[in-house]
Design a protein around this ligand. Structure first.
Ligand code: PMP
Length: 432
């Protein structure tokens, strides 16, 4: 079997296939198997699109049944029973129990589509152009999303000036030495500051791509209050941190504030099928019919998988309080132990959007490569790829979580030469 086609014909832009040079032919739960029979434990979860693992049997059965039923697969924004069922279920299981009175928009299939729709709506509703976003933010690859993204390499790819947005410091950017929002409060109140009043602030509660910094709840509440006071819309980009990733369905639940606009994608379909939502307060729903459209806004198999996922995992709080809470505890216990073994290393992130930052920026990449050689898919995050990013499916059984953490501990030991301690309960987990 030759893999030449991937290098001769596929663009140089490919990246994950370079980090993980295997041809994956099967996937189940938290594992993927390559054509050569090598099994990999997946602590990447489709960059957060596979929160419930690969090929979840109930979602698979629902999608297969739908595909063979003769019902429409593609429907733009026409009405279908699959879409009705999704909207009813999302409202009943997610919005209503959380007291969220959002309108639901289907902006197009991907994360960047929901961000673009959110920015567009904020500008339309407020009549202002400027958007504030945060240092190290990541919001997607289209021009609007890039304009609010921090990473200089990705921004450069735009090839044109990225305008109408300014970056402001994310939580703890100055290591606690500067009071939160000092600059922002001052410039908003100073008519001579030269900073245009923004339409919106867009924020990730945990920076998925930008190094897994997690904002403190009080910082998020402070931001929300400041936005309210100055009539600036607050957009939470929950594309990566949403759908349970941080321990609750929305990543902002714990902090106890209500964003004006919420972006969701990745795991909303539950099955890895493209789907995105933009949620916003009813009074912000000032779109004219068709003012924002797109061919792929009616992915009915995705609606079916999404409905199945919501019913399976979010009908009550048993998943959130049980399996998910336990998985988070297991992962954080492991990460804390491993980080404590390496000088200058620290745990970053929240829930199952977490990782280890190493002082030497080369370490995380080397650990990821070493882990891959031993059967673990784990990636890096941060402007210098200095953070090892641990993002298993939320449904990963404890023994697999511990096996993956053991592989990380071993890889860290190999790369750094540190005496890495990782114990599960009161006994050291032996290599599986
Ligand atoms: N926002 C956030 C927070 C993301 O993490 C991502 C993807 N990593 C996006 C937006 C863009 O999503 P997509 O790649 O589906 O366009």
């Amino acid at each position: 079997m030759t893999n030449d086609i991937f290098t001769t014909t596929e663009s140089e832009v490919r990246s994950y296939s370079r980090s993980w040079p295997a041809v994956f032919s099967h996937a189940s739960g938290s594992t993927q198997t390559a054509e050569d029979g090598t099994e990999y434990l997946d602590f990447f979860a489709g960059a957060g699109a596979l929160n419930y693992g690969h090929n979840h049997p109930k979602m698979q059965a629902a999608v297969v049944e739908y595909l063979t039923s003769g019902a429409p697969v593609h429907s733009l924004d026409m009405m279908t029973p699959a879409k009705r069922e999704f909207l009813e279920t999302f409202k009943e299981l997610i919005l209503d129990p959380r007291g969220l009175d959002y309108k639901v928009m289907f902006p197009g299939p991907t994360g960047t589509n929901t961000v673009e729709a959110a920015l567009k709506l904020a500008r339309k509703v407020t009549g202002r152009q400027h958007i504030l976003s945060f240092t190290n933010a990541f919001h997607g690859m289209t021009l609007g999303s890039l304009s609010v993204t921090g990473n200089s390499m990705k921004r450069k790819g735009a090839g044109i000036p990225l305008t109408n947005s300014s970056k402001i410091p994310y939580d703890d950017y100055f290591d606690g030495e500067t009071a939160d929002f000092l600059w922002l409060e001052r410039v908003l109140e100073d008519s001579g500051s030269g900073v245009d009043k923004p339409a919106a602030v867009i924020v990730e509660t945990v920076q998925g791509e930008g190094g897994l910094r997690a904002a403190r709840a009080e910082w998020l509440r402070g931001l929300s209050e400041l936005c309210r006071k100055h009539e600036i819309l607050l957009i939470v980009d929950d594309v990566q941190a949403g759908c349970g990733r941080t321990g609750t369905f929305f990543s902002f639940e714990e902090a106890g504030f209500t964003p004006d606009i919420v972006c969701l994608s990745k795991s909303i379909s539950g099955y890895g099928l493209p789907m995105a939502l933009t949620l916003f307060r009813g009074d912000l729903d000032q779109w004219a019919p068709g003012e924002h459209n797109g061919t792929f806004r009616g992915n009915n198999p995705a609606f079916v998988a999404a409905t199945t996922a919501l019913r399976e995992f979010w009908a009550d709080d048993s998943f959130e309080r049980g399996t998910l809470a336990e998985a988070i505890a297991t992962v954080h216990s492991g990460l804390e132990q491993i980080a404590a073994s390496v000088e200058g290393a620290s745990v970053r992130g929240r829930g199952l959007l977490a990782g280890i930052r190493f002082e030497d920026v080369e370490v995380a990449g080397k650990v990821a490569r070493e882990a891959f050689a031993h059967g673990l898919l784990v990636e890096t995050s941060g402007p210098d790829d200095e953070v090892l990013k641990v993002m298993p499916p939320l449904t990963t059984p404890k023994d697999q979580l511990e096996r993956g953490l053991r592989l990380i501990a071993d890889a860290v030991a190999t790369v750094t030469g540190a005496d890495v301690q990782y114990r599960t309960g009161d006994r050291e987990l032996l290599d599986a």
